[in-house]
Design a protein around this ligand. Structure first.
Ligand code: SF4
Length: 484
């Protein structure tokens, strides 16, 4: 009921209500903080207090609401509360039902860990950010809004079922693009783990959803998503849908989807506003077509009062366009968000030449943007956050470990794979097919590059002993268990 009243309030009244609510919770927290710190032994007292003061709704019962509100279905079949928390201990769709995973399975274990704020194993991604004090960048923030849900069922589902994509962007990998997978990972593209049972089981969950998010690949290229969208339109037409797209697909089927659903928001990935550069980065993409489609998404969102954001990968190759993205977003009255790109290293500004990085930061600091509207303020803040991140990387270059790191001879995964294959061909040619089968079996792992580098670093006698003695399925399972 309260939720319904809140939803019809004008934006400024909603913000005021949140402020009052937050202040009241903070006031109560000041009296109870010793007790809360004792329960939350997994986080240091100072960090916990800083985090709680930063929270949009003030201090809350749980440190993160993702395990209580959200399910992320990864392409590997592993299911977790969010994209940053799946690992080899996560429940797998091939062995469990959605119901088992949500009410028991690995979700129960994560909730137990969270009951003492233990983020050290599954949630290290957030723990590191929390300890750095960058509370504004925490993925936890995304789930705060759902903290007051009374549903026993998840209210958010994030689908990453397939890597089917029409582009092969230069910063992407085979896990996210079937175009790239087709070149180096034959037979492991598309949807590997979500069979008809999964879609049948979804029916029980869809009526409770407030938000369904779709990534890929490109969602408009993924057959399975049309099936889910159809189910949502029948079982829960009020559910918000968020599609992250490269804007390079538009056809009568997409148009029908947009005609039949009124609650679709779009995250549009675009990494250049210059045709030549865009098509160099987004290989197989068409700049004019993408811009034209962006206009269609904008028209839809204005008509249906939904959202459009643009997502940018800030890299060496588009570093002179960062301010252009902010101006573009301001002109369209939408928001721009900058990803953090740390791989591939040759495109990441983290590993860029220090002098060039310094010049880039100086140029960015000269930029001035209007900050009259809410979106303009967000865009200006996101641009400032990007400058701050680049400054951290600039300063890190002075630290000793990085200096030592940069002196080490670098070897790419492709080179490591080639050296390994040559070694197998020279040492044990009869194992060459088995080796290729192993590479094929691991190439859709989220951390395939890491696993290949681990294989590369195993001592020769041990490597050949394993390759000769273990079955191919055992080897794949051993590789699956390799963690950073
Ligand atoms: S703490 Fe972070 S990594 Fe863990 S579930 Fe929450 S959002 Fe995901």
């Amino acid at each position: 009921m309260l939720n319904k009243v809140y939803n019809i309030l004008p934006g400024f009244v909603q913000n005021l209500a949140i402020e009052i609510h937050r202040d009241l919770r903070l006031f109560a927290y000041e009296f109870l903080k010793a007790e809360k710190s004792a329960k939350c032994s997994g986080i240091s007292k100072n960090v916990l207090e800083g985090f709680n003061r930063s929270r949009r709704y003030g201090p809350l019962k749980h440190v993160c609401y993702a395990p209580y509100t959200s399910m992320f279905f990864s392409r590997s079949g592993l299911v977790s509360p969010c994209y940053a928390s799946y690992n080899s201990e996560s429940s797998h769709m091939s062995q469990h039902s959605i119901r088992e995973i949500w009410f028991n399975g690995s979700f129960r274990k994560i909730r137990e860990e969270h009951s003492t704020c233990n983020l050290s194993s599954t949630c290290k991604f957030c723990k590191d950010i929390m300890e750095s004090g960058s509370y504004g960048s925490l993925l936890i923030n995304k789930y705060e809004h759902y903290a007051f849900s009374k549903s026993e069922y998840p209210v958010i589902m994030e689908f990453e079922l397939s890597n089917t994509c029409n582009l092969s962007c230069i910063m992407c990998d085979s896990n996210l693009s079937s175009g790239i997978a087709g070149a180096d990972c034959a037979g492991t593209s598309g949807n590997q783990h979500y069979k008809s049972r999964f879609f049948d089981e979804l029916r029980e969950f869809i009526p409770y959803l407030q938000l369904a998010e779709f990534t890929g690949g490109d969602p408009f290229m993924i057959e399975e998503y049309y099936k889910i969208w159809e189910m949502i339109s029948v079982l829960n037409p009020a559910c918000n849908i968020l599609v992250t797209t490269n804007a390079n697909t538009m056809n009568p089927r997409v148009e029908r989807f947009m005609d039949s659903h009124k609650k679709i928001s779009f995250n549009i990935s675009i990494d250049s506003l210059q045709k030549e550069n865009y098509e160099k980065i987004r290989r197989n993409g068409n700049f004019e077509f993408a811009l034209n489609n962006i206009e269609k998404f904008l028209n839809y969102s204005r008509k249906n009062k939904t959202q459009v954001n643009i997502l940018v990968c800030p890299m060496t190759v588009n570093r002179n366009e960062f301010a252009d993205f902010v101006n573009f977003a301001n002109e369209k009255q939408i928001c721009v968000y900058f990803h953090t790109v740390i791989k591939p290293k040759n495109l990441s500004l983290k590993y860029f030449d220090k002098n060039e990085l310094g010049k880039l930061i100086a140029d960015m600091e000269k930029q001035k943007f209007p900050a009259r509207t809410k979106n303009e303020k967000i865009n200006s803040r996101n641009f400032s956050n990007l400058i701050e991140l680049l400054k951290t990387w600039y300063d890190d270059k002075d630290s000793e470990p990085e200096a030592i790191e940069s002196q080490k001879p670098e070897i790419s995964t492709e080179e490591a794979e080639k050296i390994l294959r040559d070694k197998v061909l020279t040492h044990s040619p009869h194992l060459a097919d088995k080796f290729d089968e192993l590479l094929s079996g691991i190439c859709d792992f989220e951390n395939a590059d890491y696993v290949k580098m681990r294989l590369f670093n195993v001592k020769d006698d041990e490597f050949f002993e394993y390759l000769a003695d273990k079955s191919i399925s055992d080897l794949i399972e051993i590789c699956r268990g390799l963690k950073k």
